[in-house]
Structure formats: structure tokens, C-alpha cells
Write a new protein. Structure first.
Length: 146
């Protein structure tokens, strides 16, 4: 059985796919409770920056620095430079990633900054992205700036 927080992120990824977007989801957990959730909404919102992690952080709303420093960010996919930077900016100490086979963000750099980064190699997360990348390469390339 999956981690319930990864399951919530997967639910977000599926919601994004069902909306015609990119299937990446994220949740922010504080003291064992989801305080923010989101999914990639670049396509749906016509946004340049609304990746899943950014949507999740936005939906969590304002938090104190002390809260961020106790939080865990879950993402179905390895966070890109922008999303990793947001996690570093707010001092989020732990990131749990569903998979990094289909895309790998700056994981070594994030670890070098003291973040506990866990890669789960979750088969559901892998299948979501492999299918999407195969079926929608133009949207995927746009999302990662190719």
C-alpha cells in the first residue's frame, strides 16, 4: 500500500490529467496533516510557472518560517529547478518524490543544501509520466522548457 500522502499527490496528478493538463501532483504535509495540495496547472491556467509544487505551496497559503521548517513536500515527479528553489527558499527540510526516472531535477544540489530527499520509484507515478510523455510530447517539452 502507498504512503497516504503520496496517494494524495497521485490523486492531484490524475486531477490535472483529467483537466487536460500535465499529470504531476504535490502535497505539503505539516505535523502529519496535508495543509496544501496542487497539481500542474500550466495548460489549464495558461501559466508559465504553475507547476504542481508551486500550486501546492500557493494553495497552502502563508505560513511561518517555523512551519515550513517542519513540513514535508511530496511530489509525484522530481521537482524542477524552479520548484526545488521554492522548497529551498522556504527551508522545507524533506522532499518525498514519487519518481525520477522520467525527469530528474537538481537532486544533488538539493541534497547538498541539507534537504532529506527520498525517491520512491513508484510504479504508478512512472506510468503516469511515461504515458503522458509518449502521448503528449509537445506539452511535456513545453513544461520543461525544451
Amino acid at each position: 500500500m502507498h504512503d497516504p500522502f503520496l496517494e494524495a499527490a497521485i490523486d492531484e496528478a490524475r486531477a490535472g490529467l483529467n483537466e487536460g493538463g500535465i499529470p504531476i501532483g504535490s502535497v505539503l504535509v505539516l505535523d502529519g496533516v496535508i495543509v496544501g495540495r496542487g497539481h500542474n496547472r500550466r495548460v489549464q491556467s495558461g501559466s508559465t510557472v504553475l507547476h504542481a509544487e508551486m500550486d501546492c505551496l500557493e494553495n497552502a497559503g502563508r505560513m511561518s518560517g517555523a512551519d515550513y521548517r517542519r513540513a514535508t513536500l511530496y511530489s509525484t515527479l522530481s521537482p524542477c529547478d524552479m520548484c526545488s528553489g521554492a522548497a529551498l527558499l522556504y527551508g522545507i527540510p524533506k522532499i518525498v518524490v514519487g519518481e525520477n526516472r522520467t525527469f530528474q531535477g537538481p537532486e544533488d544540489y538539493v541534497r547538498s543544501r541539507g534537504v532529506d530527499l527520498t525517491i520512491l520509484a513508484d510504479p504508478t507515478c512512472i506510468e503516469l509520466m511515461e504515458s503522458f510523455q509518449r502521448d503528449h510530447p509537445e506539452l511535456w517539452n513545453e513544461d520543461i522548457g525544451v
